[in-house]
Ligand binder design. Structure first.
Ligand SMILES: Cc1ncc(COP(=O)(O)O)c(C=O)c1O
Length: 372
């Protein structure tokens, strides 16, 4: 019996960089400054450069980044923000937390991310922004969305929680819109040893507002120009993230190589729908998500074969109790269909080629209805 292949094992990236991580932690302990210090400043300039952006502000989580971007743009009660029907519920919750209303749009079936046609149909006089979510690491069509948002005078905001490293035509900067929210949740392509996030933008006003909002809206103890929150990043996390950032390109290359191998096998595997990978797109391959007809049965067979899987996401936000009574929502048939069919397979930089092949062998058996 082969060793099981878990969906993800977070000990692996830590073990690979253990010496550097220990050194980063020691640096912070020896300095004795734990919040808003030099490690955060270092991470901000290094991550901004890596993203091809002018500014980066470290914050406490991806959720904080999303929420503070909306607030920094002056969006709140009475405003509408267009969001994808299929996304992590955090996108919707962050908009709702500002008092604005999330207005869902169905994704395009092939790419599973929202496109300009769907967004255009959902714009009303109350629309102030669109939250494009590069779900699973697949960037939205930013040139088309950018043209649309500019022509309608609304903001193009990005939930980049799953898309560290995504690019269009070789440009990461093109993936950011007016401002982008990154998450450094431990499972992300760039994951901290806890919570963390960042706002990346070329707009100095958004950057300045986020910096104020993350620290109680306070310039100093006697100057509080706005009602902020505590959404500060911790030095320990920033120090560790800086060490991991050095490896992110290599790790993303490895993700891409596995994705390519999977796609090769899936092209000849009936009963599965593979993720789209449009030409000119650098997919961040945060998640490798296929569609299958009888998901729970396929999942159970993979589980019996020792292959870990996950579902992103089984219940779309408009079907949750959290958003009950906040509609009416438009019909979201693509979102609903995806929720019952998507299945995420193991894909991370520490998966070796033999393991990737075992995942595909087991999947082929599972969709045929056999247990391996
Ligand atoms: C698409 C998306 N948006 C937002 C978030 C929220 O990020 P965080 O958990 O860092 O708050 C996540 C995941 O965690 C996510 O996957």
């Amino acid at each position: 019996m082969n060793a099981p292949i878990p969906f993800l094992d977070l000990r692996q990236p830590t073990a690979a960089l253990r010496g550097a991580i220990d050194g980063a932690i020691a640096r912070v302990l020896d300095r004795g400054q734990f919040l808003l210090g030099p490690e955060i400043a270092g991470l901000e300039s290094e991550f901004a450069a890596w993203c091809g952006a002018r500014h980066c502000a470290g914050v406490a989580s991806g959720f904080s980044a999303l929420q503070l971007i909306v607030r920094a743009c002056g969006i709140g009660p009475g405003d509408e923000v267009i969001v994808p029907g299929n996304t992590h519920i955090a996108t919707w919750l962050a908009v709702a937390a500002t008092g604005a209303r999330p207005v869902p749009v169905d994704p395009e079936p092939a790419t599973r991310v929202i496109g300009a046609a769907g967004v255009e149909a959902a714009i009303t006089p109350k629309t102030r922004a669109v939250f494009a979510v590069h779900l699973y690491g697949m960037p939205c069509d930013m040139p088309a969305l950018g043209d649309l948002c500019r022509s309608r005078g609304i903001r193009l905001l990005v939930d980049a929680a799953q898309s560290a490293g995504a690019a269009i035509g070789g440009s990461r900067a093109l993936c950011h819109g007016d401002a982008a929210a990154y998450s450094f949740y431990p499972t992300k392509n760039l994951g901290a040893l806890g919570d963390g996030g960042a706002v990346v933008t070329d707009d100095p006003e958004i950057d300045a507002a986020v910096r104020l909002l993350r620290n109680y809206g306070m310039r100093h103890f006697a100057d509080h120009p706005m009602r902020g929150v505590n959404a500060r990043m911790e030095e320990l996390h920033a120090a560790v993230l800086r060490e991991k950032l050095r490896w992110l390109d290599d790790w993303n290359d490895r993700r891409e190589a596995i994705a390519r191998r999977y796609l090769g096998r899936l092209s000849a595997m009936p009963g599965t729908v593979a993720p789209a990978w449009p030409a000119g797109v650098r997919h961040a391959w945060h998640l490798f998500v296929i569609e299958v007809d009888d998901r729970e049965a396929v999942r159970a067979r993979l589980d019996a074969a020792g292959i870990g899987t996950a579902v992103h996401y089984p219940v779309p936000p408009h079907r949750t109790a959290a958003f009950a009574g906040t509609g009416p929502f438009p019909p979201l048939p693509v979102t609903d269909r995806l929720a019952s069919r998507v299945l995420s397979l193991p894909l991370h930089p520490f998966l070796d080629t033999a393991e990737a092949d075992r995942v595909m062998d087991a999947l082929a058996d599972a969709v045929r209805g056999e247990a391996r």
